[in-house]
Design a protein around this ligand. Structure first.
Ligand code: CAA
Length: 380
C-alpha cells in the first residue's frame, strides 16, 4: 500500500490551487450574489485542460488518472464550488460517458470539443417526477425509423443554459421499463429544444441550472449511445464516476472552510488570547480535520478503484455519502468559529456552507447512496 502522491499528481494539485487563487477567487462573492455564470473562468479552465482531464489525448484530453481529477476538484472547490461543478459534470458525466460508451464518430464529433472546453456538456436525467426514482422517465424518445422523436421536460440541469451538447435519457419502450430507456447526444441548436427558466438557488449560485423542454426534437439514430435499451445502465454507470467528482467537490468545500477557520482562529482574539488557544475551538479544529482526512481516504480509494479497473459503485457511494456529510458539518463549524463574521459574505464561509448542501442532493441524494451501499452489502 502506498499513500504518496506522484510528482505529476503534486504538479496538478498545485496548478489547480494556483488557478483557484488567481482566477476563481476574484469576483467569487459577486458571482454568487448575481448568480453569474463564470464564463471567462470556464474558458480558461478549458484552455488549461481542466475540462477533459481524463479523456484520451487522441480526443484532445489530458489522459490523466482519476486521482489527478480528484486533486484538482478539491482545490477548485475550496474557492469556488460553482465553477467546480461545471468541471465535474463536463469531465465525469459527459466526457466520460461518451468516451466509455460512445461510437468513434460520436467521439470525433463531440468528445474532441468537450474535452478542450470548446463546447460544454450537460447531463439530463432528472425530471419533475423522476429525481431519485430515476427509472420513472416520462420523457419519451419514439423510434421513427431513421430518427427518434424526443418529447418531455428535464429539471435542475447543471450547465442547462450554457451547454452546447446534452446527454439526454428518455423512455423509448414503456413496456420494457428501465430496459426500454435510451441515452442520446442532443445539440442545443436543434429545432424543438428549448432552455426553460433558470433556478434561483441556495448555493452554487454561479452555476447555471435550468429546466429544459424537448418538443418533437428529431434526434438522428447515430446519436443514440450504446445498444437499444442501454440508457438506464449508461446513466447508472456514468453516475458512479460522477459521484467521485461530487465527493471531491464536497471535500474541497470542507477543507476550504476548515483552512479559513483555522487561520481565522490564529488571529482573532477573545478573553485575552487567540481563540485557537481555547480548547472549545482547538477541539473543533481537531474534529473537522479528522473528518476531512477520513473523507479524503474514502475518495482516494474510490478514485483508485476506478483507475485499477475495479468496480467502484460501492466505493463511490461511500465516498459521496460521507464527504457530503462532512462538508455540511465542517462548514457549519467554520461559520461558528468565525462568529458574527462567519455570517457575513466577505468571509466566504457562509457561502461554502450554502454550497455544501447540494453535495448531499445531486448525483444521487444521501438516501440514494445508502440504497446503493446497502444493496451492495446484502447482494451476496
Ligand atoms: N451499473 C450498471 N447497472 C446498474 C447500476 C450500476 N451502477 N445500478 C443499477 N443498475 C441496473 C440494474 O442492474 C437494473 O438492471 P437489470 O434489471 O437489467 O439488472 C437496473 O439498473 C435498475 O436497477 P434497480 O432495480 O436497482 O433500480 P431502482 O429503481 O431500484 O433504482 C437507484 C436504483 C440506485 C435508486 C437509481 O434509480 C439511482 O441512482 N437514482 C438516483 C439518480 C441520480 O443519481 N440522479 C442524479 C441526476 S444527475 C445530476 O445530478 C447531475 C448534475 O447536473 C450535477
Amino acid at each position: 500500500m502506498d499513500f504518496s502522491l506522484s510528482e505529476e499528481h503534486l504538479m496538478i494539485r498545485d496548478a489547480a490551487r494556483d488557478f483557484a487563487k488567481t482566477e476563481l477567487l476574484p469576483g467569487v462573492i459577486e458571482r454568487d450574489n448575481k448568480q453569474e455564470f463564470p464564463a471567462e473562468q470556464v474558458k480558461k479552465m478549458g484552455e488549461l485542460g481542466f475540462l477533459g482531464m481524463m479523456v484520451d489525448p487522441q480526443y484532445g484530453g489530458g489522459g490523466m488518472d482519476t486521482i489527478s481529477y480528484v486533486l484538482a476538484m478539491e482545490e477548485l472547490s475550496k474557492i469556488d464550488a460553482s465553477s467546480s461543478v461545471i468541471v465535474s459534470v463536463n469531465n465525469s458525466l459527459v466526457c466520460y460517458g461518451i468516451q466509455a460508451y460512445g461510437t468513434e464518430e460520436q467521439k470525433q464529433k463531440y468528445l474532441t470539443k468537450l474535452a478542450t472546453g470548446e463546447s460544454i456538456g450537460a447531463f439530463c436525467l432528472s425530471e419533475p417526477e423522476a429525481g431519485s426514482d430515476a427509472t420513472s422517465q416520462r420523457t419519451t424518445a419514439i423510434d421513427m425509423g431513421d430518427h427518434y422523436l424526443l418529447n418531455g421536460t428535464k429539471n435542475w440541469i447543471t450547465n442547462g443554459g450554457t451547454a452546447d451538447y446534452y446527454l439526454v435519457i428518455a423512455q423509448t419502450d414503456k413496456e420494457k421499463k428501465h430496459r426500454g430507456i435510451n441515452a442520446f447526444i442532443v445539440e442545443k441548436t436543434w429545432e424543438g429544444f428549448e432552455v426553460g427558466p433558470k433556478e434561483d438557488k441556495l448555493g452554487i449560485r454561479g452555476s447555471d441550472t435550468h429546466t429544459l423542454n424537448f418538443n418533437d426534437v428529431k434526434v438522428p439514430k447515430e446519436n443514440r449511445i450504446g445498444e437499444d435499451g442501454f440508457g438506464f445502465k449508461f446513466a447508472m454507470k456514468t453516475l458512479s464516476g460522477g459521484r467521485i467528482g461530487i465527493a471531491a467537490q464536497a471535500l474541497g468545500i470542507a477543507s476550504g472552510a476548515y483552512e479559513m477557520a483555522r487561520d481565522y482562529s490564529k488571529i482573532r482574539k477573545a478573553f485575552g488570547t487567540e481563540i485557537c488557544n481555547h480548547q472549545a475551538i482547538a477541539f473543533k479544529l481537531a474534529d473537522m480535520h479528522t473528518k476531512i482526512e477520513a473523507a479524503r481516504h474514502l475518495i482516494m480509494k474510490a478514485a483508485w478503484d476506478k483507475d485499477q479497473g475495479n468496480n467502484y459503485d460501492m466505493s463511490s457511494a461511500l465516498a459521496k455519502l460521507y464527504a457530503s456529510q462532512v462538508a455540511m458539518e465542517v462548514t457549519v463549524e467554520a461559520v461558528q468559529i468565525h462568529g458574527g463574521n462567519g455570517f457575513v459574505k466577505e468571509y466566504h464561509v457562509e457561502r461554502l456552507m450554502r454550497d455544501a448542501k447540494i453535495t448531499q442532493i445531486y448525483e444521487g441524494t444521501s438516501e440514494v447512496q445508502k440504497i446503493v451501499i446497502s444493496r451492495g452489502l446484502l447482494r451476496d
